[in-house]
Every structure is written in C-alpha cells, then in structure tokens.
Design a protein around this ligand. Structure first.
Ligand SMILES: Nc1ncnc2c1ncn2[C@@H]1O[C@H](COP(=O)(O)OP(=O)(O)OP(=O)(O)O)[C@@H](O)[C@H]1O
Ligand SMILES: [Mg+2]
Length: 251
C-alpha cells in the first residue's frame, strides 16, 4: 500500500491548502505517482491544485440508481464513471468523493465504490486525503492504514480543542495511524506556551507551526491556485521544511 497522508481539523484552518502544498512537494521531490483524494463534500482541492473537476463519486453513486444503460452491469458502469471522475494533473491524479451518502440504502453502490477505490489506490505510491472538518468520509477509508495524520488548527483555543478531539476520535477508530502531527497554521506571532491538553494529546515534538502568508491570501482572493506560489513564499518555505522533516524519516 502507498504511503498515506490524511489531513483533518476544524473548518477553514488550512487543510486543503496544506494538502495542495504537500502534493506540490511530493511531485517536486520525485515522490510519484500521487493520488489526491478530495474527501470533502464541498470539493475544492482541485482549485488549490489548479485543475477542473468533471464529477464526483457521489454523482456516480446517484446515477447508478437510475441511469445504468440496459445491457451494462452496474460494476462496469461504476468503473466507467470512476474513470470519468479521475482528473489527471501534472504528476498527480485527483478524485473527489462528493457528498457522503444520505440515510437511504445505497449499500450496493457503496460496496462497489469501496472495491473500486481499493483497487485504484494500489496503483499509487503516495496518497493524500483531504478531509472535511467532520471527517465524514474518514471512517470509510479505514481499510487502509494512515502513515501520517496532519491535524490542522489555527492558533485559536477552539481550533486546538477541535484538533485534540479529532485525535481522540481517530484513536477510537480501528485504523493504524503511524504518526499524528498537530499543525498550527496561520501563526501571526510567537506561540507562547501550549495548553496542557494539547501537550498531552500531541507531545511537544509533534507540534509544527506555519506562518500566515499574505501572498497566499492574495493568491486565494485572486483565484490563483496555491500550488503556483513562488518557491520563496514564506508558506512554501515553511511547508517544504516541514514535509522534508516528516517524510524523509518515514521513507
Ligand atoms: N498560512 C496561511 N496564510 C494565509 N492564508 C491562509 C493560510 N492557510 C490557509 N489560508 C487561507 O485560509 C482559507 C481556508 O483555507 P483552506 O480552504 O485550506 O482551509 P480548510 O481547512 O481546507 O477549510 P474547509 O474546512 O472549509 O475545507 C483559505 O482562504 C486559505 O487561502
Ligand atoms: Mg478544505
């Protein structure tokens, strides 16, 4: 199984931004092929990476209920749809999960999808999974192990508490997470000391800091993909150093 990095944390803290910068780092360091999985119902990893989505797996699941052509099996239909949803970028492929299933019974479609995803990820050396704040899809991707879980927070008390809660939640799931790092993003000034529960949950050596970068904010406002930031942007320098530290020891 490929080396898997998952991202989680409170809404709007920088998970997708960081996922995009990680994929950029991997590609530039020959860590390919990468499969990017957008597991946020409100898919936007593609914007950060500068590619356009053609559809999501949840669209495919809905279509399976009504639009399978006569003479075609559901397996083949889903496989075809999944291929259509895959976006081929420069050094990476991207697939978006879309909305998690509602309360109705979509078991057959979900089983088919799970099997297809399992088969798909075998083709990649690296996987990056951008989750939404609620981590809805996370428990469904649990057939696999996670090598690195990046829990992203802003420096606020609420963000840090959310990161602690998610760390606990993940520990209660039947998955193996090799390493968990708290990434405190959008730092404006010196952190000072961390609250006791944060230190207890993560440990001082598992907390990383990233700066607020006005150029990143400007790119965002202008609708430019984060992955096109210049090498000397402060967020790129900081994330490159972080990923070099985290990934070189593991690999
Ligand atoms: N270090 C940073 N400096 C400046 N702006 C940042 C930084 N990190 C993230 N942002 C901005 O914060 C906003 C939220 O970032 P992002 O979409 O990556 O968060 P998210 O955690 O994925 O959000 P969601 O929970 O909605 O998926 C974006 O406008 C992004 O450009
Ligand atoms: Mg996001």
């Amino acid at each position: 199984m490929g080396y898997t990095v998952a991202l989680g944390g409170k809404g709007g803290t920088g998970k997708t931004t960081l996922a995009g910068l990680l994929i950029r780092y991997m590609i530039r360091h020959g860590m390919k092929p990468v499969l990017a999985i957008d597991a946020d119902a409100n898919s936007n990893l593609n914007d950060v990476l500068g590619v356009k989505l053609e559809g999501t797996l949840s669209d495919a699941r809905e279509e399976m209920k009504t639009s399978v052509p006569t003479g075609m099996t559901k397996d083949i239909f889903m496989e075809m749809k999944m291929e259509q949803c895959m976006i081929e970028g420069d050094g990476f492929d991207l697939i978006a999960m879309g909305r998690p299933e509602g309360p109705g019974c979509y078991c057959a479609a979900n089983n088919l999808l799970s099997n297809l995803i399992d088969r798909l990820i075998k083709n990649y050396d690296y996987l990056v999974v951008d989750n939404e704040a609620g981590m809805e899809h996370f428990s469904r991707l649990t057939q696999k192990d996670v090598d690195l879980l990046l829990l992203v927070s802003d420096p606020s008390r609420r963000g840090l508490t959310a990161a602690c809660r998610i760390a606990e939640l993940v520990r209660s799931l039947p998955i193996r997470v090799e390493k968990t790092i708290l990434v405190v993003n959008q730092m404006q000034n010196d952190a000072g000391s961390w609250p006791e529960d944060v230190l207890e949950t993560f440990g001082e050596n598992h907390i990383a800091l990233l700066p607020a970068d006005p150029l990143l904010a400007q790119f965002d406002r202008e609708g430019k993909p984060t992955s096109l930031l210049p090498d000397d942007a402060s967020i790129v320098k900081a994330t490159d150093a972080l990923f070099a530290r985290l990934l070189s020891k593991d690999k």
